[in-house]
Every structure is written in C-alpha cells, then in structure tokens.
Write a protein that binds this ligand. Structure first.
Ligand SMILES: C[S@@+](CC[C@H](N)C(=O)[O-])C[C@H]1O[C@@H](n2cnc3c(N)ncnc32)[C@H](O)[C@@H]1O
Length: 212
C-alpha cells in the first residue's frame, strides 16, 4: 500500500519505511501481502472505526512499518493504550524505535493468547488486522478468529483488504460481516471490514455485508 496522498495532504512518513517494506515483500510476498505500506487515506479510515473504553487498548496485528499505528496515535489513542504485533523481528525493531511508548510485541498473531500480556486479555476495545488472511486456508483463518476471540471475547476485529467482496468466508467462520469503509486513495483501492462473533441475546446485532 502506498505513500499516495489523499487530496492535497502530504503523507508524512519517516524515510526508509517504504524501502524496508519493499525489502520484506521481496523476501516473503505472501507474508507481506502488499508491495508498499497502506496510504494515509486508508490509515485514517481505519483509525476512525476504533471503539475503545478508557481502560481498553487497541490491538494492531501485522503492524509493518507502523503507518496504521501512527494514524491511531494521531487520532488520539494514547501510546500506552496501543499494542502492536509484528512477526518480522526487523520490523518489530523498527517499530520500537518509531513508536515510543507503544507496546511492540515481536511475535505471531496466531499465538495471541501467549504473546499478549495477560493483563490485557479481555481489555481489547478494537483489534485491527493487516495480515493477509485472504490467502490462507480456512483452517488457518479459523485459528486466527480463535486467537482474537481468546483475548478479545465478543469483539471481533477490523480487517483491511483490496478485495471487493468479503476477504473472509465469514459465515463458515461463524462471524457476521460489514464493510465499513472504502478508499480509492490507496494502491490498490482498499476496504475496511468489521467481523464479529455472534452477540449474546439482547446484544448488538452487526449483521449485513456481502454473503459468502
Ligand atoms: C499488508 S502488511 C500491513 C503492514 C501495515 N500495517 C500497513 O498497513 O502498511 C502485513 C504485515 O503483517 C505482518 N504479518 C504477517 N503475518 C503475521 C503474523 N502471523 N503475525 C504478526 N504479523 C504478521 C507482515 O510481516 C506485514 O508487516
């Protein structure tokens, strides 16, 4: 995804972000899922969808070079209420330097119950996923949904994607789905989906979206 500008706004990113991203894409394109980082327009849309009580954190999975993280901070998420998980050690190190005060976890999002400090289990207001789940087999997608549910019961997650329809077969995963945002100012144009597990009776319904 890119350093494309939305309207007349300049995309302020530390030099080196795009080069690191591209290098990692060359090393493992399936793990990266994109040649360039997300655009400022997409990052702002993601940040605008965050729900969080004062004592809750925002959990970002697959933080890359931190473009979404920076948009979350700019939107008012306090650094001590942001935790980011990144599987590539070099990128996690980059994030530690770029995001002072943010909890950077070098680890696998599929291993969240172990990777996320126990004090934050059940305290995740919004989980945001940048991992290219669409390319994974159903069983891996199921494992991801289970990992998020273990630390953020009932909350579901946001997922950004280049797919026009839902990138996840949400009914088979036992989720509801809704496309929350779309932006042409990204390379390629991108959507943000919200997925939720079934809500308890009397809870909020989050149905809708494109059937899969
Ligand atoms: C499409 S990039 C998104 C990066 C950044 N959030 C952005 O929007 O530009 C996907 C990121 O997920 C990371 N990733 C892939 N699989 C992961 C996993 N199992 N756990 C944690 N991070 C993962 C990749 O290393 C990469 O940085």
């Amino acid at each position: 995804m890119s350093g494309i500008t939305a309207g007349s706004r300049r995309d302020e990113r530390p030099p080196g972000d795009a080069a690191l991203f591209f290098r990692r894409w060359l090393a493992n394109p399936l793990q990266m899922g994109s040649v360039v980082p997300s655009s400022a327009s997409l990052c702002r849309r993601i940040a605008g969808l965050v729900e969080r009580a004062e004592d809750e954190i925002v959990l970002e999975l697959g933080a890359g070079t931190g473009v979404v993280s920076r948009a979350l901070l700019a939107a008012g998420v306090p650094p001590e209420r942001l935790a980011v998980v990144e599987i590539v050690p070099e990128m996690a190190e980059h994030l530690r330097m770029a995001l002072p005060g943010v909890q950077v976890i070098a680890g696998d999002a599929f291993d969240l119950p172990r990777a996320l400090p126990a004090r934050w289990h059940g305290k995740v207001g919004t989980a945001i996923c940048g991992i290219p789940l669409v390319m994974l087999p159903l069983e891996r997608q199921r494992a991801f949904v289970g990992a998020v549910e273990a630390v953020a019961p009932g909350r579901g997650f946001l997922l950004y994607t280049y797919c026009i329809t839902s990138p996840l077969p949400y009914r088979r995963l036992g989720l509801s789905a809704r496309r929350m945002a779309w932006t042409p100012a990204n390379f390629p144009p991108a959507s943000v989906w919200r997925y939720r597990p079934p809500q308890p009776q009397g809870g909020t319904s989050h149905g809708g979206g494109v059937p899969r």
